[in-house]
Design a protein around this ligand. Structure first.
Ligand code: TXA
Ligand code: MG
Length: 346
């Protein structure tokens, strides 16, 4: 259903809300990526949600609310710092981990004693939540392991036939998922970097840790993984992906060398470059992630480009690393994971 992103048509929102209330699955846009929504307090709807994505049952979704007050019903305790962050960043791309209350079904939190909650900043998402009068559990609307969807076309290419509807209001604004911040520990800890940057959080609450899994350059031992999703294969295109990291000059030299060697072996090679370097490579396709001077642009393009390489039947993607500042931290986290940690130091 095509809906207006600013003032969604109420008739369509009502139809979608009715589906949610009956235990159905509706994909909807948020400011980060498209989510796949189900009634969070209805165990059979949530079970269907995991099934539709082929998602492992040990990886719980984020609960989406339409009013900050709704946290009180869903949580056992709201720390002072969390209140501050809620005031400052909701609605917005910040997910907070709280101790959960008894009303949240086990399946919705994968048996954990905590719950992930956020209030999205998107008129369509908020209209759906409010009109259905439900808390909506919504992981990203991709098949487990695939790049997250930033358009309704991406949602349908993974989930057509597995879900009841998608509300389509075009491409999402931020392009990477929300920041997941655990506020049950002191200092609060970033489990997944995302739309609200580390720098911004530091300004707001002074002390913030980044869990090692957020910046990992090799697969984590299971015991180290605090955010359940980090244990699984993630964001991966069909093509193999290699990330080359280092200063720009050595990176370019290394990538040129790599692409040449792979092409000589007969591989269809794609390069994921930046605006500043795109002219320097020769390969079957060369695409720019955006500008090194505007890392938000790279976040916006990342997942769509990974899917595009697949549609061009590229076999190996060689990607440039980016600075881990601002939104670059989230982009590098996704790229490294998508590569299965095939990282080359230039
Ligand atoms: O921007 C977003 O956050 C998008 C949009 C749709 O809102 N949603 C999203 O959901 O990215 P999902 O399910 O793809 O990612 C949720 C992440 C996973 O890494 C999951 O393991 C983690 O949040 N998570 C959920 N509940 C948790 C909990 N209780 N403790 C720690 N991590 C949790
Ligand atoms: Mg996801």
């Amino acid at each position: 259903m095509k809906v207006d992103s600013q003032t969604p048509e109420i008739k369509l929102v009502r139809q979608a809300s009715e589906l949610i209330r009956r235990g159905g699955l509706v994909s909807f846009p948020t400011e980060t990526v498209y989510g796949l929504g189900a009634d969070a307090l209805n165990p059979s709807a949530v079970r269907a949600l995991y099934h539709a994505k082929d998602r492992p049952f040990d990886n719980p979704p984020i609960l989406h609310i339409g009013d900050p007050q709704d946290i009180h019903n869903l949580t056992a305790y709201v720390p002072f710092k969390a209140r501050k962050l809620v005031k400052r960043y909701w609605p917005g791309p910040l997910t907070l981990i709280f101790k959960r209350s008894k009303i949240v079904p086990d399946i919705t939190v994968a048996g954990l004693d905590t719950v992930a909650i956020r209030m999205p900043k998107h008129a369509v998402a908020l209209a759906l939540i409010r009109e259905s009068n439900r808390t909506i559990a919504a992981p990203s609307a991709n098949l487990a392991g695939r790049p997250s969807p930033t358009s309704a076309e991406h949602v349908l290419s993974d989930l057509d036939g597995r879900i009841d509807a998608v509300l389509d209001s075009g491409s999402t604004a931020i392009g990477v998922e929300s920041t997941v911040l655990d506020v049950t520990v002191n200092p609060p800890q970033i489990l997944r970097p995302g739309g609200i940057t580390y720098e911004a959080l530091k300004k707001a609450i002074r002390r913030v840790d980044i869990h090692s899994e957020a910046t990992a350059t090799s697969p984590l031992q299971i015991e180290e993984a605090r955010s359940p999703g980090q244990r699984h294969k993630h964001y991966a295109p069909n093509a193999d992906l290699i990330v080359v990291e280092g200063d720009v000059k050595s990176m370019v030299t290394r990538i040129k060398d790599l692409t040449q060697r792979l092409s000589r072996k007969g591989k269809r090679v794609g390069v994921l470059a930046t605006d500043e370097t795109i002219g320097l490579y020769e390969a079957d396709t060369v695409k720019s992630l955006g500008s090194r001077r505007d890392l938000a642009s790279t976040a916006r393009n990342l997942f769509a480009l990974l899917r595009q390489f697949d549609s061009e039947a590229i076999e190996i993607i060689v990607a440039e690393g980016l600075p881990s500042t601002g939104l670059g931290l989230a982009v590098m986290n996704r790229l490294r994971k998508a590569s299965g940690y095939r990282i080359v130091k230039a």
